[in-house]
Design a protein around this ligand. Structure first.
Ligand SMILES: Cc1cc2nc3c(=O)[nH]c(=O)nc-3n(C[C@H](O)[C@H](O)[C@H](O)COP(=O)(O)O)c2cc1C
Length: 234
C-alpha cells in the first residue's frame, strides 16, 4: 500500500507477561489485510526473551519480528510461517523514539491495541505520562477519539490499577483483561491465546477466525475440540 493511503493499527507491546497474545493479534491483523505500526517497550523485550527466546533488537526488528511471529504459544518455531509481503506491512518504531509517527494525532492511524498491557503502562496512559512512544501513542489515540484496547495482564489487581482502569474506561478505552474463556472449546494452549486475541480484534471490528463464537448451544465446545477441528483454521 502506498504511504499516503496507509492507515495502520498501532500495536503496543508492554512488559507484562503474555507476548503470545501480541503475536496472535499481530498475525490476525496481517491476515485481515491491515497495516500495523509496532512499538515494543524496553520491558517487553525481557518478557519476549523469557517467553519465546527471541531477543528483539531495534536494528534487526524485521528479522526478530519474523522469528517471533512464526512461534506458537508453546514457543515452537515454524508454527505460523508468514509471507515476507505480510511482514513488510509492519512498521516498527523504537519505544524511545518520541518523534515517531504515532506520537502525533495527525499521523493517520486507525487506533491502537496495547497487548499485553502492564500495570505500569495502564498507569502511564491513565495519568498521561507519555514516558515512551507506546504511552504517548496511547494518549494520542484517546485524545483523537480513536479506538484504544488495553489488554491488561496482572493478577490479582491492586486498587490503584483498578482505579486507573476505570479512568481508561471513562476515557473511552476498551479494558480487556487477558482472561481466556473455555466455552469456545479450547484443546491447546494456542486456543486460549487466540480467544483473547480474537476478543481484542472484536473490540476494534477487525474480522478474524481466531475462536469459535458462542451460538447459544450448551456443550458445543466439547463437540469438536480446539482450533484444529474448526472450519477455516488449520
Ligand atoms: C518476566 C516478567 C514478567 C512480568 N509480568 C508482568 C505482568 O504480567 N504484568 C505486569 O503488569 N507487569 C509485569 N512485569 C513487570 C513489568 O515488566 C514492569 O512493570 C515494567 O516496568 C513495565 O514497563 P512497560 O509498561 O514500559 O513495558 C513483568 C516483568 C518481567 C521481567
Amino acid at each position: 500500500m502506498r504511504d499516503s493511503t496507509r492507515r495502520p493499527w498501532i500495536v503496543g507491546v508492554s512488559g507484562a507477561s503474555g507476548t503470545p497474545y501480541a503475536a496472535a493479534v499481530l498475525r490476525a491483523l496481517l491476515a485481515a489485510g491491515e497495516d500495523v505500526d509496532l512499538v515494543v517497550s524496553r520491558a517487553a523485550r525481557l518478557t519476549l526473551l523469557d517467553e519465546t527466546g527471541v531477543a528483539f533488537r531495534d536494528a534487526h526488528a524485521a528479522e526478530d519480528l519474523a522469528a517471533w511471529l512464526e512461534r506458537g504459544a508453546d514457543g515452537k518455531p515454524g508454527t505460523f510461517p508468514l509471507e515476507a509481503a505480510d511482514l513488510a506491512r509492519v512498521r516498527h518504531w523504537p519505544a524511545g523514539d518520541l518523534a515517531g509517527g504515532p506520537s502525533s494525532g495527525s499521523y493517520p492511524a486507525k487506533g491502537m491495541l496495547i497487548v499485553p498491557a502492564s500495570t505500569a503502562a495502564v498507569a502511564g496512559v491513565a495519568l498521561g505520562l507519555s514516558k515512551d512512544l507506546l504511552q504517548r501513542a496511547a494518549g494520542v489515540t484517546l485524545k483523537e477519539r480513536r479506538p484504544l484496547v488495553v489488554a491488561v495482564r496482572e493478577t490479582p489487581l491492586d486498587g490503584q490499577t483498578l482505579r486507573h482502569l476505570v479512568t481508561l474506561d471513562g476515557d473511552g478505552a476498551v479494558v480487556l483483561p487477558c482472561a481466556p474463556a473455555f466455552y469456545a472449546g479450547a484443546a491447546h494452549l494456542q486456543d486460549l491465546v487466540d480467544f483473547v486475541a480474537g476478543r481484542a480484534l472484536d473490540a476494534v471490528g477487525v474480522p478474524h477466525g481466531l475462536y469459535r463464537r458462542w451460538r447459544g448451544e450448551l456443550g458445543a465446545a466439547r463437540g469438536e475440540g480446539g482450533r484444529r477441528g474448526r472450519a477455516g483454521l488449520s
